[in-house]
Design a protein around this ligand. Structure first.
Ligand code: NAD
Length: 355
């Protein structure tokens, strides 16, 4: 593995920690990008990386993304991320989660963790046995925010898609708007259900084909193979699977007016934002549109520190600000000719004191 500071994705991260626990077999990376706005908050990903360098790249890129996301969502949190390296034989064990909790605890609150891909609410409950610097824990009763961030992320994306359709297509209703949804997991299925309620026409795909097929049956949607979803002729392509799908080849395949979805790090490289804009496609910067989950998780964490449940109305209010933020970015992009991803990055860098 190259030294992390030689990685192109290293961006003056405040702390990058490799965690290894021999007894449980845990290998993880915890990356703290910035604590300028508060403790570094960001989920933990459990993934079988074919190459450990890929895990380091993910930790570096995703933690920077969290700094930008939290700052743009107006949260008093910095940006961090953890990745746990799985392998083809070994899955998560209680021992690994306990060792991971100890590693988070040892950072003394500079990093606050939650769920990400491959990590469940039950996993976070296990981590919380060893540290208080954790969120996304089950919440009791109506009227509380917190718990699994997926549904809140989906609500924010739904608001963002509506704003994009208004901005690009001049339509106030989603009725008949065709959305191609890539990935029907926690976030993608939530987005699809909300869009279906508004009468959007949906095409779905997932590498677990039966997952997309089940949801398509429930919603009366179409389904295509996962390799075909990016070329579907539609109004909105909504990526809700993994990142880096918007590269030269991916962008060339798109046949849509808007890209708006929840996946983190959708642009394979920084220059791909301009490529999208050059094709006349409106892009909703990922870390702005997908902030719903961290809004809920952060408010849950901050409220717990005060010994109170998070206020669901405050979460709803902040989710409803996502479209306003996107609109500000798109207006500046329209006025300056600078692509929306760069406009958003500059706003975020200013907020975290890095401009
Ligand atoms: P998930 O694991 O529940 O769902 C992801 C789905 O994508 C799975 O069903 C998987 O089979 C599918 N998938 C993977 N590769 C695919 C491909 N090439 N084509 C089609 N489908 C594919 O994860 P999630 O929580 O829904 O997160 C989805 C994305 O949103 C991730 O990039 C995640 O980082 C991002 N995100 C999630 C949240 C959250 O609150 N869960 C918040 C912000 C961002």
């Amino acid at each position: 593995m190259t030294a992390f500071w030689a990685e192109p994705d290293f961006d003056e991260h405040e702390c990058v920690q490799l965690v290894h626990d021999r007894a449980s077999g845990l290998t993880a990376i915890i990356a703290i990008h910035s604590t300028h706005c508060g403790p570094a908050a960001g989920g933990t990903r459990f993934w079988n990386y074919p190459d450990p360098a890929g895990a380091m790249r993910d930790a570096l890129r995703l933690s920077r993304g969290m700094s930008y996301k939290n700052a743009m969502a107006g949260l008093p949190m910095g940006g961090g991320k953890a990745v746990i390296l799985g392998d083809s034989q070994r899955t998560k064990t209680p021992g690994m989660l306990a060792a991971f909790g100890d590693a988070v605890d040892a950072l003394g609150g500079r990093y606050v963790t939650a769920e990400d891909v491959g990590i469940t609410e039950a996993d976070m409950v296990a981590v919380a046995q060893r540290t208080a610097y954790v969120s996304g824990l089950p919440v009791a009763g109506e009227g509380s925010a917190g718990g699994d961030p997926g549904p809140f992320t989906a609500i924010g994306i739904y608001h963002g898609i509506k704003a994009a359709v208004r901005h690009k297509l001049g339509r106030d209703s989603l009725a008949g708007v065709h959305v191609a949804v890539q990935g029907t997991g926690s976030v993608g299925s939530g987005v699809a259900r909300l869009l279906a309620q508004d009468g959007a026409k949906l095409t779905l795909a997932d590498i677990h084909a039966e997952r997309a097929a089940d949801l398509a049956r429930e919603l009366g949607a179409n389904v295509v193979a996962s390799e075909a979803i990016m070329s579907v002729g539609c109004d909105v392509f909504s990526p809700n699977a993994l990142g880096a799908i918007l590269d030269e080849e991916g962008i060339a395949r798109l046949d849509c007016a808007i890209v708006a979805g929840g996946a983190n790090n959708q642009l394979a490289k920084a220059e791909h934002g301009a490529l999208l804009a050059g094709r006349g496609i409106l892009y909703a910067p990922d870390y702005v549109i997908n902030a719903g989950g961290i809004i809920s998780v952060a408010l849950e964490y901050l409220a717990r520190a005060e010994g109170a449940p998070a206020d669901i109305n405050e979460v709803r209010k902040r989710l409803a600000q996502i479209p306003e933020r996107l609109e500000t970015i798109w207006q500046e992009s329209d006025a300056t000719g600078i692509s929306s991803d760069v406009v958003a990055d500059r706003m975020a860098q200013k907020l975290i004191g890095r401009s």
